[in-house]
Design a protein around this ligand. Structure first.
Ligand code: NAP
Length: 485
């Protein structure tokens, strides 16, 4: 169930928000402590019966300053007026005298910490003869969500268990999967009643909340940061369109060891991004020779016994995209210039070599580029020397630097170079869609491949590995174009 809190601050605003919340929520929570001069009867007439009334005191994160006995009287009145539930704090519940216990939620909040004895705390709250136990805790590290997932799975009675803060977001999204009684979602962003609440529309649409259940398979992107990742958008939309019971989450991971030990067992597949691409290689069962050579991966897929298979779909996607447009349909014996000597450059150079290409590296910083070229036993040419050419003597030119990425969209790593109609020009940058380099190459009539196409294809290969179904690449393209322009 989705419960939307209504937080005022005025009666007028509260009544307006209730009207909007009714179409998005299964339950509405009225936070009367946050509504100035509230009129309970009027509020309850507006919500209808599907409502929780909460009158939170300051000590539990609310604004009510009344003594407990007076506060509870108001809540008892809410039940008389037809509220479905009232929420009462753990240290006030013994003062509740005249309430139907089947309509009471007992709650406890830890805004600033993750309690080490969470199981004990839940067990103690469960002893109260009321309908529902609610506990909200601050998540300090993503892996702590695993404790919430297990607590929900082992619950003895209806339980609302919320992880607060950015790291707790996934506990709010996965409520139906682990059997939580409800999740709280804000009416819109900016109307949150607790830290880390997600907007109801995003929960429903981007994270398929109503489609998830106890058999839903979990996936996600492991990185830091990940809040701007578009992988959740493409994968969740893909699951939706092929009717696959999956959910893909952003996973902001600090400590990858703790994540893999504690939280990863709940997942079936993971995309891996900066800064974890190299370290995650050590988690893979029998990594392939090419993975070991690249030294980085972007995909993990669950094997039996909690072991993981590793893939680098970035490379497969880049090479596949190039082969598709090459007139010869093969990279064998083609000359390739890789511009850059960072992580992406190394991976792409190895991928092209594996496909049979004759690769040369160029880089701004000579010492770094030469080191990489020596390691891979391929030629190096300084970027300064490359820029002396009018046209480049290579069939394929691949930019793997960040030059030309937003906001520096007027920059090109190869300014002044004239491209040839039979050349292939690839740019790993996916925002903007068409970099200055690609625009110039298109003007010169070269075959062009954008980083956006690589992003679509790397996601597609992951999707196919996890679902065993064809990836809806056109849908992925449309989503990226809509989100990034
Ligand atoms: P990185 O390790 O930081 O490497 C950056 C490279 O860019 C280095 O070779 C650096 O040269 C060069 N560079 C930076 N600024 C430059 C400048 N002003 N002039 C000339 N060269 C410059 O980054 P990375 O992880 O390899 O990623 C590189 C690019 O690939 C990023 O744009 C990323 O978005 C993209 N990428 C795209 C996808 C996709 O799916 N489309 C996937 C992965 C990566 P120096 O050595 O001289 O500093």
């Amino acid at each position: 169930m989705i419960c939307i809190p209504v937080i005022g601050p005025t009666m007028g605003q509260a009544l307006e928000d209730i009207k909007r919340a009714r179409s998005l929520a299964d339950l509405i929570e009225i936070r009367i402590d946050l509504i100035e001069n509230f009129q309970l009867k009027k509020l309850l007439e507006a919500t209808g019966p599907e409502v929780i009334v909460t009158y939170r005191p300051i000590r539990e994160g609310g604004k009510c300053t009344l003594p407990d006995l007076d506060r509870l009287k108001v809540l008892e009145e809410a039940l008389v007026l037809g509220a479905k539930f009232i929420d009462i704090e753990w240290d006030a519940i013994q003062n509740l005298k005249n309430a139907d216990q089947s309509k009471v939620i007992v709650s406890r909040h830890f805004f600033n910490e993750f309690p080490i004895n969470l199981t004990e705390i839940i067990a103690n709250l469960d002893k109260h003869p009321v309908a529902i136990t609610k506990v909200a805790v601050k998540i300090e590290e993503l892996a702590q969500n695993a404790i919430l997932f297990s607590a929900l799975k082992n619950k003895k009675k209806p339980l609302i268990l919320i992880g607060m803060g950015e790291e707790g977001l996934i506990s709010r999204i996965t409520t139906r999967i682990f059997g939580g009684f409800l999740t709280f979602a804000s009416l819109t962003s900016g109307k949150e009643s607790a830290p880390g609440q997600i907007a109801a529309e995003e929960l429903r649409n981007r994270f398929r909340f109503k489609k998830t259940g106890q058999n839903t398979k979990l996936f996600g992107v492991v990185g830091n940061p990940v809040s701007h990742s578009l992988s959740p958008d493409i994968h969740n939309a893909g699951f939706e369109i092929i009717n696959f019971d999956g959910l893909y989450l952003p996973l902001k991971v600090g400590d990858s060891d703790s994540f893999m030990k504690n939280l990863a067992p709940f997942f079936e597949g993971l995309s891996v991004t900066i800064p974890h691409k190299e370290k995650m290689l050590s988690k893979v069962l029998n990594p392939s020779e090419i993975l070991r050579k690249i030294g980085a991966l972007n995909t993990l897929s669950k094997l039996p016994h909690n072991q993981w298979e590793g893939m680098n779909t970035d490379i497969d996607a880049a090479i596949k995209s190039i082969i598709e447009v090459l007139p010869s349909r093969t990279l064998k014996d083609q000359t390739v210039l890789v511009v850059g000597a960072g992580g992406a450059s190394r991976a792409i150079a190895i991928g092209a070599m594996q496909a049979g290409a004759k690769v040369t590296i160029t880089n701004r910083t000579v010492i770094k580029g030469k080191k990489m070229a020596d390691e891979l036993e391929i030629p190096f040419i300084s970027l300064e020397d490359v820029l002396l050419f009018e046209t480049l003597p290579y069939q394929v030119i691949m930019n793997t630097t960040s030059v030309g990425m937003v906001p520096h969209i007027e920059e090109s790593p190869l300014p002044g170079i004239q491209f040839l109609p039979n050349q292939v020009v690839f740019d790993a940058i996916y925002n903007p869609h068409k970099t200055k380099l690609i625009q110039n190459a298109e003007k010169d009539g070269a075959f062009c491949i954008t980083g956006r196409e690589m992003f679509v294809k790397q996601g597609g290969l992951q999707f196919e590995r996890w679902t065993s179904k064809k990836a809806p690449l056109e849908l992925f393209r449309n989503i990226l174009n809509e989100k990034l322009g």
